[in-house]
Design a protein around this ligand. Structure first.
Ligand code: ZN
Ligand code: ZN
Length: 452
């Protein structure tokens, strides 16, 4: 039958019956002679059970309904006369065996839980088992008061549960999860490997409570609507946090940043569309906002990267028309390659050029061409006295240029200082005279020595 509300059929707890099952005697248990007719205490348990059976199933509304629904007849539960007294005795044995162990509480309550579940659903006779245990524990003198209280509280809570965990209906959780799947940017290639994995998962269990050592059953808590949304919010943050685009770019693992940029832009648009038009609860909108912010940062990052890449990849273009001057710094014949190496290494070591504003290749072109193109502005990132020192090396110390100097720099008129001022001869010479020993002087010296 098609279920239009989701993949899970709704089952009302009242319409299900689990049959009772029997429990084997625990290790070391031996019944007294003539058990259960050995003493007043045990025969009273049997008597109490018989009294209950004499009115069952008309004892209460729950049992009446249950008997109607499942055609329970008088006599069907006569086995309880033995079952209850035996299991009370088994439990008493376990309590005596385990009470001094480190894990006494978990062990004993696991056994009690296992026994109580053996009365089936809805439980028939389980209440007698519990109340007889309360008597035993209340009266015994071998258990300390605090342990007694812990066990009595446990039994009380089993009889009248006070904390009811309100798990959500599975179809509601399914819808919440489906909405998240449709929202998270699984389309991004970063997440393509995860897409299938997360579509298969139905993470409805919020917590594994424990595994009962006697029944071997594991009990779990199913999410509430709120805890499910909180879980998805944390999952969103966790997944996004795994993507370190900056590192990936640095490591060269993003081979096509343009494609990533394109993907991110589409996804950013998509998440903003969803945020506007889809119905999200106030809890859900938090993960939507997180995704949106993240995509926004990524797009921003890839945009910056693009500007940078364009500058890097622009090759000096000979066909490009632009003002060409008659000036040249006149690099010494055959020394072009040496100069290129020196300038490149200086740029790496002391940040000669401000690459946010100037393409380094344009700078090389200016420094090596026979006619300096005047359509490029060259912004330096080094200090003026560093530049002056470098110019001296080029001209006087190593004689790599014949026409380079403060005055020719000014004449060409396309050079700008670190601070943004147009460079002139006066600026360069005064910086030199104020501080003739520039920062990283030894680095500059060694670069020249290395290549000349
Ligand atoms: Zn007895
Ligand atoms: Zn009843």
């Amino acid at each position: 039958m098609q279920n239009i509300h989701g993949p899970f059929s709704e089952i009302s707890p009242d319409s299900v019956r689990f049959s009772p099952f029997s429990i084997s005697p625990p290790e070391g248990w031996e019944g007294p002679e003539n058990f259960p007719n050995c003493c007043n205490y045990h025969s009273n348990i049997v008597k109490n059970t018989e009294e209950f059976l004499s009115i069952f199933p008309l004892c209460c509304e729950q049992h009446k309904k249950f008997a109607d629904l499942f055609k329970v007849k008088k006599g069907d539960y006569d086995f309880l006369k033995d079952k209850i007294v035996y299991q009370v005795s088994f439990t008493q044995h376990i309590i005596e065996q385990k009470i001094n162990n480190q894990d006494w509480y978990e062990d004993i309550t696991d056994f009690i839980e296992f026994n109580y579940s053996s009365f089936g659903h809805p439980p028939v006779g389980g209440h007698i088992y519990l109340s007889e245990l309360k008597n035993i524990i209340g009266q015994t003198e071998v258990i300390s008061n605090h342990k007694k209280n812990d066990l009595l509280n446990y039994l009380e809570n089993l009889t009248n549960p006070t904390i009811i965990h309100k798990s959500a209906n599975l179809n509601t959780l399914f819808k919440i999860h489906k909405k998240w799947l449709a929202t998270f940017p699984f389309e991004l290639s970063f997440f393509s490997g995860l897409k299938e994995e997360y579509h298969k998962k139905l993470p409805f269990v919020s917590k594994i409570v424990n595994t009962n050592r006697y029944s071997k059953k594991t009990s779990v808590l199913i999410h509430t609507e709120e805890s499910m949304v909180m879980y998805l919010f944390n999952l969103t943050k966790g997944l996004l946090n795994q993507i370190r685009t900056a590192d990936l770019v640095k490591e060269g693992k993003i081979s096509n940043p343009e494609q990533h940029r394109f993907e991110m832009i589409l996804e950013e648009r998509e998440i903003n569309r969803k945020a506007l038009l889809e119905q999200y609860t106030s809890g859900e909108i938090e993960y939507v906002n997180t995704i949106s912010k993240w995509l926004n940062h990524e797009v921003d990052f890839f945009n910056k990267l693009k500007t940078f890449a364009i500058k890097r990849n622009t090759k000096p273009n000979a066909n490009k028309k632009g003002p060409i001057s008659s000036h040249s710094f006149k690099v010494k014949y055959g020394k072009e390659e040496v100069v290129r190496k020196i300038l490149s290494e200086l740029n790496r070591e002391i940040y000669l050029i401000d690459e946010e504003k100037t393409d380094f290749n344009d700078f090389l072109n200016v420094m090596l061409s026979k006619k300096i193109p005047l359509d490029k502005k060259i912004h330096f990132a080094c200090y003026n006295n560093q530049l002056a020192y470098i110019l001296e090396h080029f001209k006087s110390t190593y004689k790599l240029y014949s026409a380079i100097g403060y005055a020719s720099m000014e004449r060409v008129g396309i050079f700008y200082s670190k601070e943004g001022a147009k460079l002139n001869a006066q600026l360069l010479s005064s910086s030199k005279s104020q501080n003739p020993f520039p920062a990283q002087m030894d680095v500059i010296d060694s670069i020249f020595k290395k290549f000349v």
